[in-house]
Design a protein around this ligand. Structure first.
Ligand code: 5GP
Ligand code: MN
Length: 353
């Protein structure tokens, strides 16, 4: 039976039992979700550094490329990417032979894309450290708190709970701060608790340069990316005032024309919420492997149920994602138009709050 370690029911013996089982010389792989964001990469690298300090051999493996604005993170250059044909060959035996498989910042195997089967069948002990809703039952241990704003925050909490706070280095803190900063929308989303600020305060005391991290992550766009953003805002944005909904879309041609790189579409959906009165924003992207959707909303409107019900997805209440496998971008928009009227009463309720 998996051992769930939840905020509501913290099973201290399980936590310490797990810690005691980490033995120097063991092999660990750390993996995270497709299109890894700053929280995914930051938590994976911080955890890798922690395991290394504990004497384990730890390797971070990702199902798709690390975006350019995250490649400066300490340890990022050694990450193995399953989309890279040469690295892919090394990945399978590493996962198969690992004593530990840590799954960070996701708790549904499908989010691993081409790595999901390898991880599912791995013989090593699987540990999920995550803050997403509705974790799937595939691992042996869960350190799972939906109240946490980021997985980086959980990594910090777990290391402290294990009595190893003094092992947290400035480099680890730099990785953790990156994920905390981005998953809280630079400390403005409703998930920004007092605890988030307490964790960050302790990271700053370690010497973490928050200003430099902010600049590296947010002010590192290529000219192509900025022009791409301008194109989307100018030509691919509609506001459906009746539904208080901003819709944006990106075609396959747009991605090619602006030489879109991994991470270039990150954050674009949030612009929709800058429209006065907007309650939610949806971005549809025509990727070569299908239509990907991003959903964002303001409190208390929940987009995760919308994403799960109509677009094979889910996520957080105010930040979710999904897919449309029933056809083209136009067909995905048609499906959206069909289901929107079902949400009119909820939108009107939220509008009055
Ligand atoms: P994004 O729009 O940045 O791709 O995703 C926002 C959030 O939605 C992610 O942090 C993740 O929690 C969730 N999410 C994205 N795609 C999926 C998906 O396909 N399935 C589920 N369950 N959650 C997703
Ligand atoms: Mn996260």
């Amino acid at each position: 039976m998996p051992k769930f370690i939840m905020a509501v029911n913290i099973h201290m013996s399980s936590i310490s039992a797990l810690q005691a089982k980490l033995v120097p010389g063991q092999k660990a792989v750390i993996t995270t979700h497709f299109n890894p964001d700053s929280d995914a990469i930051g938590s994976s690298l911080a955890w890798q550094q922690y395991l290394t300090l504990k004497g384990l051999h730890a390797q971070v493996i990702v199902p798709s490329a690390v975006s350019q604005n995250l490649q400066w993170m300490p340890g990022a250059s050694a990450i193995l990417n399953a989309e890279n044909p040469i690295q892919k060959v090394q990945i399978a035996p590493l996962i198969e032979q690992a004593d530990w498989v840590f799954c960070l910042d996701f708790s549904g195997l499908q989010r691993l894309h081409q790595l999901s089967s390898l991880v599912k069948h791995a013989r090593g002990t699987k540990v999920v450290i995550d803050h997403h809703l509705d974790p799937e039952d595939f691992a042996d241990y869960y350190y799972h708190r939906t109240i946490a704003a980021s997985t980086c925050e959980l990594i910090y909490d777990l290391i402290v709970e294990w009595g190893d706070e003094e092992l947290i280095s400035e480099e680890m803190g730099t990785c953790m701060y990156s994920g905390i900063m981005t998953d809280t929308g630079s400390f403005r989303h409703p998930n920004t608790t007092a605890h988030v600020h307490e964790v960050v305060a302790s990271l700053i005391k370690l010497g973490v340069n928050t200003n430099a991290i902010h600049r590296k992550i947010f002010d590192s766009a290529s000219i192509d990316r900025l022009k791409f953003l301008g194109h989307i805002l100018a030509n691919r944005l509609e506001y459906l005032s009746e539904y208080h909904l901003a819709i944006m879309w990106i075609t396959e041609e747009d991605l090619v024309q602006f030489n879109s790189q991994a991470g270039d579409t990150e954050g674009i959906v949030n612009y929709g919420l800058q429209i006065a009165g907007a309650i939610w924003a949806i971005l549809l992207i025509a990727r070569p492997d299908g239509i990907k959707l991003s959903f964002r909303s303001i409190e208390p409107f929940a987009v995760n149920t919308f994403a799960a019900t109509y677009f094979e997805g889910g996520g957080h209440k105010n930040a979710s994602g999904g897919r449309f496998s029933g056809g083209s971008l136009t067909q995905a928009r048609e499906k959206l138009q069909e289901v929107l009227p079902l949400y009119l009463s909820e939108i009107n309720r939220v509008k009055k709050l």
